[in-house]
Design a protein around this ligand. Structure first.
Ligand SMILES: Cc1ncc(COP(=O)(O)O)c(C=O)c1O
Length: 375
């Protein structure tokens, strides 16, 4: 018998992989009912129809390698965000970019800082690069920027901020982040992960809150990288496209670290078309804001206190074993995400759905509560 562990560095041996949300097929096989997936913060209206058309149009070119640098997409995003093309690096999802950033900036002996109960990829990316992740306690279910500032030492290179935060849905308002950035020392790069930016911006307009100055930081030349994705508001999670915006020199290192040809021709076509599909994005954002209000009201009526959200999901404390309750939801045809892996074994995260999906969710919630109470 071979022992392959001796070939593998300790930080890789200790790595725990990503635990994905349950797929529809897997859930349906287990529960023998048709299920709705409300577990992975995907777009309930599907992909942008313009993106689907664009993908179909390029399928016949699949014998050719893609444009390694995704230049057309890079140009279009640069125009959209009013930055230079060299300041944009498209990648196969923003998760891929998180891995690239960690591998570029970290090595054994260096550390990154984030909040506890934040995006589950930060520990994986950091540890895979041989770095150490410091997770500071939360404040009011969100990032405690004072605690993060206090945790910085001379070995810190990265701070990851998920804004809004996954899984709690909380927002750090722009002015608070302005003050924090003024305190961050020169040897640290702040990653502003804005996967849910579109949802937050929409809520911000309704609620009269300025939710992000991220692109201003980039144009001011600060040591900040902003991450955005096509997986959420544009509905392209399965196609894998995201990008970073930051200082041109830093971004050139990240571009070199990309896996060659990793953004497929299909993904590039989809992203380009999705950028022009304002109708799909608007429909998604409007529904999300309306349904957030409705689901919060519905859950409050059932006796729960979901955290007010700035994203496309709700975090709900159940006060009971969430993994067991998620199984009961599944038998009622709804897949929700139990948050044990985030250190919250009694909470779930629910992706906001269409009005019809949320009807099903609320009905399932009532049944699950009754079943749980009857135990
Ligand atoms: C905070 C955060 N960042 C990044 C991502 C990943 O996005 P992508 O699909 O572009 O890899 C997610 C996805 O859930 C997320 O919640």
């Amino acid at each position: 018998m071979s022992d392959f562990s001796q070939f593998v560095p300790e930080h890789v041996r200790n790595l725990r992989g990503y635990t994905p949300g349950k797929s529809l097929r897997q859930a349906q096989q287990e529960s023998h009912v048709n299920c709705i997936k409300m577990a992975s913060n995907e777009n309930p209206f599907g992909p942008s129809p313009k993106a689907v058309q664009a993908m179909q149009a390029v399928l016949a070119d699949s014998n050719f390698y893609p444009d390694n640098d995704a230049i057309e997409l890079q140009q279009k995003l640069a125009e959209r965000h009013n930055v230079l093309p060299e300041q944009i690096v498209p990648t196969a999802g923003s998760t891929a970019l998180l891995g690239i950033i960690a591998r570029t900036l970290l090595s054994p002996g260096l550390n990154a800082i984030t909040s506890e109960r934040s995006f589950i990829v930060y520990p994986i990316a950091t540890q895979a690069a041989g770095g150490q992740l410091i997770q500071v306690p939360m404040r009011n279910n969100g990032f405690d920027l004072n605690a993060i500032a206090a945790a910085i030492d001379q070995h810190t290179r990265i701070i990851y901020i998920s804004n809004p935060n996954n899984p709690t849905g909380t927002l750090i308002a722009a002015k608070e982040l302005d003050r924090f950035l003024d305190e961050v020392p020169e040897h640290v790069i702040v990653i502003l992960d804005e996967a849910y930016y579109d949802f937050a911006e929409y809520f911000g307009r309704i609620r009269g809150v300025e939710c992000s100055h991220a692109l201003d930081y980039v144009s001011q030349g600060r040591k900040v990288v902003v991450l955005r994705t096509f997986s959420k508001a544009h509905g392209l999670a399965g196609v894998r496209v995201g990008y970073g915006i930051g200082p041109a020199e830093l971004m050139s290192y990240f571009a070199r670290m990309r896996t060659t040809f990793s953004i497929s021709t299909v993904a590039q076509a989809a992203a380009l078309a999705a950028l022009d599909d304002e109708t799909h994005v608007r429909k998604t954002l409007k529904n999300n804001a309306e349904q957030a209000e409705r689901l919060v009201t519905g859950l409050v009526e059932l006796g729960y206190a979901p955290i007010p959200t700035w994203a496309n999901f709700l975090y709900c404390e159940l006060g009971d074993d969430a993994a067991a309750i998620a199984k009961r939801f599944q038998t009622e045809g709804v897949i929700v995400r139990p948050l044990g892996p985030w250190g919250a074994p009694t909470a779930i995260r629910i992706t906001l759905g269409t009005p019809e999906q949320n009807d099903v969710l609320l009905r399932a919630f009532k049944k699950v509560i009754e079943r749980t109470a009857a135990r």
